[in-house]
Write a protein that binds this ligand. Sequence first.
Ligand SMILES: *Cc1c(COP(=O)(O)O)cnc(C)c1O
Length: 421
Amino acid sequence: MDHFLYRDGILHAEDVPLPQIAAEVGTPFYVYSCATLTRHYQLFEEALSGLDHLVCFAVKSNSNQAVLAHLAGLGAGMDVVSGGEYLRAKAAGVPGERIVFSGVGKTADEMRLALEGGIRQFNVESEPELETLSAVATSLGRVAPITIRVNPDVDARTHEKIATGKSENKFGIPIAHAREVYARAAALPGIEVIGIDVHIGSQLTELEPFEIAYTKVAELTRALRADGHDIRRLDLGGGLGIPYERSNTAPPLPLDYGDVIRRTVGDLDVEVEIEPGRLISGNAGLLVAGVIYVKKGDGRDFLILDAAMNDLVRPAMYGAWHDIVPVIEPLPGVEQAPYDIVGPVCETGDTFAKQRPMPPVAAGDLVAFRSAGAYGAVMASEYNTRPLIPEILVKEDQFAVIRARPSFDEIINRDSVPPWV
Ligand SMILES: *Cc1c(COP(=O)(O)O)cnc(C)c1O
């Protein structure tokens, strides 16, 4: 459920008509709804109620500081995967003790940044990383709290590019070797072992892979405790999927996901962390674009938008589906026709949808991509020297530009030409 609904035939973000935003900031733009962010965050709070827990928003899904500040205000922690994301979360007002640092390639500089600024824990993904972290922490006179990310060798049954829990993926240490690595960690001077971490992938549409992975984590918790480790926190990752296609069956609900957590690790007397990104921010955002041309092709017609693959790469990168709807509500029963919906970038991959049935659309009309709040703006680039598009945040009848469109001067002045050219 989201707060982007037609009212009097016009698509709104909460109480704001989208054409009003388009008139003020131009197209294309991203728009996020505070009420939807809140609702989705609260679903996880409800799902874990009664458990000692912290919901850490996966910053990589949407890292705008206004979004982070809104979620932090509700009590969310943050899961970051780079020094830049760590600094963004701090800049948004999130205290270090609510920031978890994940990622397979943390550098010594990033570790230093987080140790100095304060950190809840590092989720360590390899033995060399453990050694580096211990050395960095020791050099600062500190001890780094850690979990070790285990790879449970579970098929998340999602897109291959976002599956992370199979043994052939680069993430975590094989769960079969975990006891040796924990023993090694416990012996390092700059390391304090506090728990276990697992994250098996993104856009999961079934609960069974979570159940299998979390059951393995519960077994490992008992084994590590028997080995003498004080396992008091389990970070269970993110990954719950969202319905990108309204006409499809819906993925599992956070409440049912919470039941899986209770069933598998609920009796272990641990603090539970989860790291949802997409389910909190995905349906809380739209990408709004203008139609530049309607082009009649040979056997197929094209809608050429002012948004492109550089603004929203998911269709080009993962073959992902986004529902695309006109901002002015079509009349009931109006006839639809198939279009290839494309952007202006000079690549055939710049195609959002093929042969998508659409109601009549004309140049100058606005269309909205649903479920674009996660892995949208954060993955954008300036390919074709197209400026990063603005982000807008709506709360009831107010809206604000939370990232402005850069001018061409700003973009062009970023390069410098050496005198010897
Ligand atoms: C990407 C990622 C997440 C968030 O995944 P979603 O599918 O957006 O919920 C959480 N934890 C880690 C370690 C990740 O890499």
